[in-house]
Design a binder for this molecule. Structure first.
Ligand code: NAP
Length: 288
């Protein structure tokens, strides 16, 4: 059985490859990358590095040759959902043409009810995979914990305040590493054909709790103030995000306030049996 992972030089893909190597021999793992120069450390692990660009269908067919299970990691080209859809469709068609048996796709949790901007792209991709009639598994990820906390940490330790528009909303985020372990688990087990998993944490947290943990770790009082969309966006810009990313993040905060990122599922626990606590993730992000 050969398992291929796209986006293998990315943060999630890299973790998936490393977890796969704990479960199956390296000669059964294919890392599909668009820049082979970035894959030197992956190559040193013994995995088969193959060039595959979502914009180049022929390269994908070649990269997927002899692969039985494919993990299609969603494209990162934010703000252009049509382009991302084309990229995903290229990968799905290439998988079909290369006789891949089973596609796994990283979507977004509870996509049908989500107002999160990329949710429709993820649903459209899932339907395109179903239309291919290949076996599928939808690995619907929640927000990455590192992604949602990182712009706030250093800034808030400096200023003593975190400003969001999340209210008391809870966040069911998960680290990339835990999600990657769930993906590698599913990829190396039988019995996940045509299943959908919502990979969220049942230990959701609030920004008040984040501020408490930061106060504890930094020995400095840090408070969470919940304000307007504009106040949160401007804070994120001061923390270093571009205006469009800061607006995108403040939109996610609105969804948090509305309870959209507080939904629960036992899928992640069932697959990996544990979760990295928020405090541990903060320490890792801050290198403490
Ligand atoms: P990442 O670190 O940006 O990795 C993205 C990967 O996609 C990289 O390996 C990149 O290659 C590759 N890629 C980009 N364009 C490509 C193309 N045209 N053809 C082939 N490969 C291409 O992202 P991540 O953190 O691992 O996250 C994985 C995905 O999750 C993202 O792509 C995005 O769809 C989604 N996402 C989820 C969240 C969340 O909170 N759940 C947040 C952000 C994004 P290079 O290394 O050559 O750039």
């Amino acid at each position: 059985m050969t398992i291929a992972v796209t986006g293998a030089t990315g943060q999630l893909g890299n973790f998936v490859v490393k977890h796969l190597l704990e479960k199956i021999p390296a000669n059964q793992v294919v890392a599909v990358v668009r820049n082979t120069e970035k894959a030197v450390s992956l190559a040193s692990l013994g995995v088969d590095i193959r060039y595959g660009n979502y914009m180049d269908p022929a390269s994908l067919v070649k990269a997927f040759n002899g692969v039985s299970k494919l993990l299609l990691i969603s494209s990162p080209d934010a703000f252009d959902e049509t382009l991302r859809m084309v990229q995903h469709a290229n990968a799905i068609r290439a998988a079909k043409n290369a006789n891949v048996e089973h596609i796994h796709y990283t979507g977004t949790a509870f996509a049908e009810d989500a107002t999160f901007d990329p949710a429709l792209l993820h649903l459209a991709t899932e339907y395109a995979i179903r239309a291919s009639r290949l076996a599928y598994t939808f690995l619907r990820n929640t927000l990455y914990t590192e992604g949602i906390i990182s712009p706030n940490l250093v800034k808030s330790i400096d200023s003593g305040v975190i400003i969001t528009n999340t209210g008391n909303g809870k966040i069911n985020s998960v680290t990339r590493n835990d999600l990657a372990l769930a993906h590698a688990t599913v990829l190396t087990q039988a019995g996940h054909e045509n299943k959908t998993y919502n990979l969220v944490s049942n230990q959701s947290w609030t920004f008040d709790e984040l501020a408490e943990i930061l106060s504890d770790l930094s020995n400095k009082k840090i408070v969470h103030n919940t304000g307007s969309f504009e106040e949160a966006r401007d804070y994120l810009i001061r923390a270093g995000l571009t205006e469009s990313r800061a607006s995108g993040r403040a939109s996610v905060y609105n969804q948090v306030a509305a309870g959209e990122w507080a939904k629960k599922s036992d899928d992640l626990r069932m697959l990996i049996g544990k979760e990295t606590p928020l405090k541990e993730t903060i320490k890792q992000v801050l290198n403490m």
